[in-house]
Design a protein around this ligand. Sequence first.
Ligand code: ATP
Ligand code: MG
Length: 897
Amino acid sequence: METAEIRRRWLSFFESKGHSVVPSAPLIYDDPNLLFVNAGMVPFKPYFLGQQTPPWDRATSVQKCVRTGDIEEVGKTSRHGTFFQMNGNFSFGDYFKAGAIEMAWELLTTPQGQGGYGIEPDKLWATVYEDDDEAADLWVQLTGIPKERVVRRGLADNYWHMGVAGPGGPCSEIFVDRGPEYGPDGGPAVDEDRFMEIWNLVFMQSSLSDVRTKVDFDISGDLPKKNIDTGMGLERIASILQGVDNMYEIDEVYPVLEKAAEMTGKRYGAQSGHDAAHSHPDDVRLRVVADHIRSSLMLIGDGVTPGNEGRGYVLRRMLRRAVRSMRLLGFDEPSLPHLLPVSMERMSNSYPELRSGFGRISQIAYAEEEAFRRTLAAGTTILDTAVAKTKAAGGTRLEGSEAFSLHDTYGFPIDLTLEMAAEQGLEVDREGFRTLMQEQRDRAKADAKAKKAGHANTEVWKKLRETGATDFRAYVELTSEANVVGLVRDGDLVDELEPGQRGQVVLDRTPFYAESGGQIADAGIITADGARLKVLDVQRPVKGLIAHTVEVLDGAVRPGAEVIAEVDPEWRISACQAHSGTHVVHAALRQVLGPSALQSGSYNKPGYLRLDFAWGQALSPETRSEIEEVANLAVRKDLPVSAHWMSLPQAREWGALALFGETYDEQVRVVEIGGPWSRELCGGTHVQHSSQINALTVTGESSVGSGVRRLEAFVGMDALRFLAKERALVAELTDLVKVQPGELKDRVAALLVRVKDAERELEKLRQEQVMAQVGKLLDYTRDVRGIRVLTHDAGEGAGADDLRTMALDLRHRMGDSAPTVVALTGVAKGRPVVVVATNAPARERGVKAGALVRVAAQTLGGGGGGKDDLAQGGGTDVTRTGEALGRVDAEVAAAAG
Ligand code: ATP
Ligand code: MG
């Protein structure tokens, strides 16, 4: 039975039992704790947790899942894929244990002719949680399964919870006995390969108050409404119903494996039995290829692009493992273009969007393979050298520094180094590698800190902070009255800053925004009694302390002075526009491209912003316009902008976007625009209403590394100025070609066509002219010791192509009745060219075109060559073409002897 049919029967069976059919959620789901959806229940979590009321009492789905934790199992067990589909039926306070068991049994054992899966009842086993007498009894009562085939197991195997306080309950798993050729008898407790788990029924009945580990938790009571959550591996049941040994041999996976075997000339299964755990390494590799290709296809299909972190890294790792496995199997050419389409053909039965999106999907995958091939080419040689060196010295471990430099210089991921070293029988000093990585990170941090501190010693700043943290007023006012807490110059505390000097000023309170979160520091002025200081930069050298880098314009300032700190209001409004604009563009990006287009960095200053985000390919002009349109509509909607302080978990709950790898304080600030439309953790300054952003115009989109794109935009007045400039340009052009702006494009296109036509016409005329000369030239044929020689300088404008055509034409006209040599020179683009043609009788007398051209070209100060019958050359000295032809004459005479 085909997988697609098993899936169809599943949905229609549960639909006939009153379940609503819910489509699969994408693999990336709005859950910050999950890399990918890994079970059928994930999209239903809010119902099970009581956060939302389910719209149905019963539901069923076939959910796409990815379990990255199973990557090492792939190919080595018969039943673990990185991607798989989980069939599920769910009850929200409706039926419970009896209903779940009864329906599962019915679907599994109803004969195939009657719409079921037709598994013989005596091949089925069930497990229950050891204390769950109720379930054990129900199995025997409702299905007639003998008591001996209902096995009791402990908490580790048969109890389910979410790892946190919340719902929990016992489960009951269903196993199929695949027969003695797969392993020893005795049930699932003895052999999980022979007795394969296909279906897990979870009975959510208790409320857990404290969960310490998988097997250590407190039950605080019964759930008011009991739920059912089940999961059956579609690939696993398919392997049973299709009578194959493992999930890599089912109809949705095997064609890729077969193709890979064909490409590498391997005979799959020739050296292995049924037992996956003892397969030949080549068979395992073929399964890895088939599995990873399919998973990559599904991941890219759902918007994941290869990258160095998080989801992108999982995808990168799978694509690279597939490519590497193909190489180990002996296939060195690009392999994805052969394999990915095969997988798409199979999977698009159930997921038609894979076919329509295949252009995009394949582009991302193939580009990654190309990038990886380059990395491999560079790194493999280095690795091989390092391995050879280690072995020669009698070592068994590759130094951490080698692994680090491979990573640092060639982008070799550590797992690849581990794998490749292992293939050559070496270990890698992982500890050493980790230490070096940490040192590198520390260095980068120290560099960033040094910039923040304006190169002053941290101790200086800590001392200044002893009087208290700076009162940061940037969110509430543009002007503050303040006192000078301390002055720093060249890294040391000083008593005074004088006119013309630069240094740092620390105040007890400031309205200046210190650079952070991509937003640059405010500009403005600090005035004191008789003194004026221009603010050049504002940083936080240590936590809580703000330092203004200033240049003293007039007067002098001393610690203790009363000052007025004033942010340039024009600057600030522009800065706010830029920062709010960045959030708006980010939200617009995600609205248009989907949630995987996540910001990885940003920078904004008055009038300008840029945003780096995860995406595998260039945006089309249409997509760019769409993003711009969505962003400007949000500006026009005048959405309220507000900031809220809350705990980090609460911010997560709000769905606020945070940057990968950043560390945040316990209390975080969430800036939202238009409510949930845009929520980001952010310490920046913002406008109050989106309309104050004024205008946004995207000016560029480019690549900044693999899988990361950069979008740039102008905001506010700068956006208008940018547009005005473009308008002026259009005006100049319309003036130049004398049309209305609307006709400009057509006119330029028409002009280009005319230029092309004119060029072609010119070319034709020149050809004709050249050919017209030819007839006359025949009269100049001379006899040199019995050889007919025709030399001619065609002069300026006659290029190599022209001369060749002419020489061949002349040779043809002169015929083969006597030995003939044609030698022509010309000048094209300021350089002399020479062409020589000989006929067969001439060649028989030893007169060869190649040799003649070499002599002529030498005279011209260059070189050339060709065959005996036709050759060409060129040089640099246009004044010596006559001389060159003379040399040809002399050579012919000499050759004719
Ligand atoms: P196992 O112990 O075999 O890894 P599991 O206990 O992790 O399975 P569950 O979390 O209960 O599995 O998931 C429910 C069902 O999903 C399983 O009964 C199985 O049929 C299927 N399943 C789980 N993991 C995979 C996988 N990596 N590949 C294919 N199917 C899987
Ligand atoms: Mg598992």
